[in-house]
Design a protein around this ligand. Structure first.
Ligand code: FCB
Length: 463
């Protein structure tokens, strides 16, 4: 058989190329939030605090112009509720107008905007009243969403209502790893239901308040979930058969129950008994896929050392990131295909990236995952964009500043907080400019990165 032809891996026209961040991780000074309070108690693993973070709050013009110089055409970012409503019912209008200036600046730099309305962090006053378990939380949330959409909605193309809603449920209420650090299954179920309601409310409010986006387009509203590729640890045999139901259960708990609830409009097991939630069924114009890793299900008691990796077993020879997460690019292909089959809606990759204090692994990770996005598109997935996690190295929650996910180096101890592009930034630049991943870019930035994994049928990349 003659070798498959070499062709660049081309992406659809108008594809979104950009990076993703969250307010608390980059802005700095999110003083009135529950995470800020958590950090002051010294509970972050490396003892660090978000502090001024990347000072994105003030340095956004520099960051946006750097994004533009790198040929990026879009940006995912979040607003912080605790800044906008630092005390119950007290709205800080200057915070809203600051967000407006920031988003105007993004647009002036040619960046399309995906805005996350909630990325885990709550105002401290609300957390002290019981967070999402408090009876008044949903009313306060609805008012907050209305405010944000009124203030900046015309500058936003895509709204993510909630980022990874299962993380607060699992890490906050079962694993006691994120605030409020509880192990309370009944509370977890209540929070799960409250977050479904919060999502449905935001979906309705955004559409009601602002039916048109920039350029007269209709705003799309969805959620972003953490999807892992979950599969049995063993490659075959009886053990694989025995592990298959565990894998299904883990996937169900991690993202499946949420998806099922949104699809059916009813609170799915194991977090609920099918109670109907008004406005929930089908409340996703698109799905935001955050993909980082494979999980391998093994017949063993799970260790919950790090909720994000769920203490999963790791097949020998598997590469890990500095988070201890399995590198498995084809998992992104499988996840995209699963989301396509379940939802049949457009998909944005709202996060994908790699903790690496060097940058070589990140480049290989990026190139290999982009090839899987291309493969999924060739197989019929309507993927509209890729937002790399993240732009600058930033505050990685419980892992503090130690874990570096950025394509732009930034040292939190540098008084100037200088931004220095890493080589991975140039890889993303070359891909964004060409709207394709070609052999030349792979050879220059990530040689051999695609070799171990399947590509779209009939393609090969390389010399
Ligand atoms: C995701 C979070 C994001 C960041 C990355 C590394 O789970 O949404 O804020 O922490 O992991």
């Amino acid at each position: 058989m003659p070798p498959a032809p070499f062709r660049p891996l081309r992406f659809p026209s108008d594809f979104w190329w950009g990076t993703a961040s969250a307010g608390h991780q980059v802005e700095g000074g999110n003083l009135h939030s529950n995470w800020w309070a958590f950090e002051q108690q010294g509970l972050v693993n490396d003892g660090s605090r978000s502090g001024r973070a990347c000072d994105y709050w003030n340095r956004y013009p520099e960051d946006h112009s750097l994004m533009r110089a790198l040929g990026l055409n879009s940006l995912r970012l979040g607003v912080e509720w605790a800044r906008i409503e630092p005390a119950e019912g007290r709205v800080d209008a200057s915070a809203l107008s600051h967000y407006r200036s920031l988003l105007e600046d993004a647009r002036a730099n040619g960046l399309r905007v995906c805005l996350t309305l909630h990325h885990w962090v709550l105002p401290l006053w609300l957390a002290e009243r019981g967070g999402w378990e408090w009876g008044g939380a949903l009313g306060a949330w609805e008012a907050h969403v209305r405010r944000v959409v009124g203030a900046v909605g015309d500058l936003v193309d895509l709204f993510v209502t909630l980022n990874e809603p299962m993380v607060p449920v699992l890490a906050g209420y079962l694993a006691a790893y994120h605030p409020p650090c509880r192990r309370a299954p009944l509370a977890a179920a209540r929070v799960f239901e409250a977050l479904l309601r919060a999502h449905a409310i935001a979906y309705r409010v955004v559409h009601a308040e602002r039916p048109r986006g920039p350029g007269g387009t209709t705003a799309l509203v969805g959620f972003a979930s953490a999807y892992q590729h979950v599969e049995p640890y063993h490659e075959g045999g009886l053990l694989r058969l025995a592990e298959a139901p565990i894998a299904r259960l883990v996937a169900r708990g991690s993202f499946g129950a949420w998806d099922r609830s949104v699809l059916t409009g009813r609170v799915a097991a194991p977090f609920g008994l099918g109670r109907r939630i008004p406005g929930l069924a089908g409340s996703a114009d698109f799905v935001g896929v955050n993909y980082y890793m494979r999980w391998s299900a093994k017949l063993a008691l799970p260790r919950f050392s790090n909720v994000k990796s769920a203490g999963s077993a790791c097949p020998p020879g598997t590469e890990l990131t500095e988070m201890g997460w399995q590198v498995y690019p084809p998992g992104l292909f499988h996840v995209l295909d699963l989301v396509r089959r379940n939802f049949g809606k457009p998909i944005w990759i709202t996060e994908n990236g790699c903790a690496d204090s060097g940058d070589e692994k990140r480049r290989r990770y990026l190139a290999a995952h982009l090839a899987q996005v291309h493969r999924a598109i060739a197989a019929g997935c309507d993927v509209r964009g890729f937002l790399h996690w993240t732009f600058t190295d930033n505050f990685e929650w419980r892992e503090g500043f130690e874990k570096r996910f950025g394509i732009i180096a930034m040292d939190p101890n540098d008084p100037e907080l200088r931004r220095t592009p890493k080589q991975s930034a140039f890889l993303l630049r070359d891909v964004a400019r060409a709207n394709a991943l070609d052999a030349d870019a792979v050879a220059r930035h990530a040689p051999g990165a695609l070799d171990p994994w399947p590509l779209a049928p009939g393609l090969r990349i390389g010399a």
